[in-house]
Design a protein around this ligand. Structure first.
Ligand code: TXA
Ligand code: MG
Length: 346
C-alpha cells in the first residue's frame, strides 16, 4: 500500500482549512486508516462506524481482535450517538479534563459503532484529544474516530511521525506529521460504569487530579499484580518491550554500575536508562537519558523515544533506574514494568 505523508504546523490558526487536513479526513471518510498526532502519542485513526475501517486498524497494527479501541471525538455532541446513561461524575470529568488525556469507559448505546471497535463489549471508551491536528482531522471527517496508538502491536507507542513510519509505512494510507507529541504516555483510562470509578490504565491525567474533582477513585488491582486478569483487555498484552531484555533496578547508582560491570565482564554490551541528573555517573556501552528526574513530565515525554533508541543500538541487556510512583510517575512506572516484563532487581 502507498502511504501518503502530510506535514502540518500545529501552531497555525484554523488548521482545519489546510488541504492536508481535508485530504486526511477524506481518506477517513473512504474507510481508509491514517495516523495523526494527539497530545499523548500518535493515533492510528479509522471510521469507528465501519467494520471495514476498524478491521484495517487491527490488521495494520497486528493487534488481537479482543482488544477494544478508544473512540476519539472532537465535539461533545458526538458522544450521545454511541454512549448512554452517562453518570454525573463522568460529565464533570469531561468538563474539567476534555480536551485532554483522559479516556472514560461508559455504557455503550447499541447499534451505532462497529462492534469490532468495541470488541463486542457493552461499554465504550471515549476521549477528546487535546491536539489541534487531531481535533481538526476528526471534525473535518465528521465521524467518531477509533484510534489505538499508531505502533505495531507490542512496540513502544509512537511519539513522532518517524516512529509511526518505522512501524507502519506501507501498511496504512497516510501519516499526518504534526511534530513530536507532548505528554508522551497514553491517556488515563477510567471506568465510569462502576459507582466508584476505577483507573484501568494510569496515564496523562493523574489519580490525584481526578480525585480533586470527583473524590476517591479505585485502581484496578491487576495493575499492581502481574498475575491478575485486568479489566482493560489491552493491559494483559506484552507491551513496549525493547529487543534486548530490560531490568528495572530498585537500588543505588552504585548497584546499577555493579550490574553493568558484571555483565560487561561476561562480554555483554550493557545499556542504562537514566536521567540528566545521573547520566555522567555511569560507565556503560550505551547511556541514555530520558529527561529530568526533577520533572517527571519530561521523562514521560521521552520515555518511548528512549526505548526505541535502545532498539536501534546493539546493546544485549538494559538496566533502568526506577521512578517515584507519584503523579505521572504512576504511568511511567506502569509502562516501564510492562516493558521489563515485571523484572525488577533489588
Ligand atoms: O492516549 C491514548 O489513549 C492513545 C491516543 C492515540 O489517543 N490511544 C491509545 O489506544 O492508547 P490503545 O488502543 O493503544 O489503548 C486503549 C486502551 C487499551 O488498554 C484497551 O484495552 C482499553 O483502552 N479499552 C478500550 N475500550 C475499553 C473498554 N470498553 N473497557 C475497558 N478498556 C477499554
Ligand atoms: Mg497502544
Amino acid at each position: 500500500m502507498k502511504t501518503q505523508y502530510w506535514s502540518v504546523d500545529k501552531y497555525v490558526d484554523n488548521i482545519r482549512n489546510y488541504p492536508q487536513i481535508s485530504q486526511a479526513a477524506s481518506l477517513l471518510k473512504q474507510n481508509e486508516v491514517i495516523a495523526f498526532p494527539t497530545e499523548t502519542v500518535y493515533g492510528l485513526g479509522g471510521n469507528a462506524e465501519s467494520d471495514e475501517a476498524v478491521q484495517k486498524i487491527f490488521e495494520a497494527k497486528g493487534r488481537p481482535s479482543d482488544n477494544p479501541l478508544i473512540i476519539h471525538i472532537a465535539e461533545i455532541k458526538q458522544l450521545n450517538q454511541f454512549a448512554e446513561n452517562i453518570p454525573d461524575h463522568a460529565k464533570i470529568l469531561m468538563e474539567t479534563f476534555w480536551p485532554g488525556p483522559l479516556t472514560l469507559v461508559l455504557n455503550k448505546r447499541a447499534g451505532f459503532l462497529s462492534e469490532k471497535a468495541t470488541a463486542g463489549l457493552s461499554t465504550v471508551a471515549v476521549r477528546m484529544p487535546d491536539h489541534p491536528v487531531a481535533l481538526a482531522v476528526i471534525k473535518e471527517s465528521g465521524l467518531p474516530i477509533a484510534a489505538p496508538s499508531a505502533n505495531r502491536s507490542g512496540k513502544p507507542s509512537p511519539t513522532t511521525a518517524k516512529h509511526v513510519a518505522d512501524d507502519l509505512h506501507g501498511r496504512i494510507a497516510g501519516i499526518v506529521d504534526g511534530g513530536p507529541t507532548g505528554v508522551g504516555v497514553e491517556s488515563t483510562v477510567l471506568d465510569c460504569t462502576e459507582p466508584v470509578p476505577v483507573i484501568l490504565r494510569p496515564g496523562g491525567i493523574t489519580k490525584e487530579q481526578i480525585e480533586k474533582v470527583i473524590g476517591p477513585v479505585k485502581i484496578d488491582p491487576a495493575l499492581d499484580d502481574a498475575g491478575q486478569a485486568p479489566k482493560s483487555p489491552g493491559m494483559k498484552y506484552r507491551h513496549y518491550a525493547p529487543n534486548a531484555p530490560l531490568y528495572l533496578v530498585d537500588g543505588s547508582r552504585e548497584y546499577i554500575q555493579k550490574l553493568i560491570t558484571e555483565n560487561e565482564a561476561k562480554g555483554l554490551k550493557a545499556g542504562v536508562l537514566t536521567t540528566e541528573e545521573s547520566k555522567g555517573l555511569y560507565n556503560a556501552h550505551l547511556v541514555l537519558s530520558c529527561g529530568n528526574r526533577s520533572n517527571l513530565d519530561t521523562v514521560a515525554s521521552s520515555l518511548y523515544d528512549t526505548l526505541r533508541k535502545f532498539n536501534e543500538s546493539d546493546v544485549d541487556i538494559i538496566f533502568s533506574e526506577m521512578f517515584p510512583e507519584e503523579g505521572v510517575g504512576q504511568a511511567i512506572m506502569n509502562r516501564l514494568l510492562k516493558a521489563a516484563g515485571h523484572r525488577v532487581l533489588s
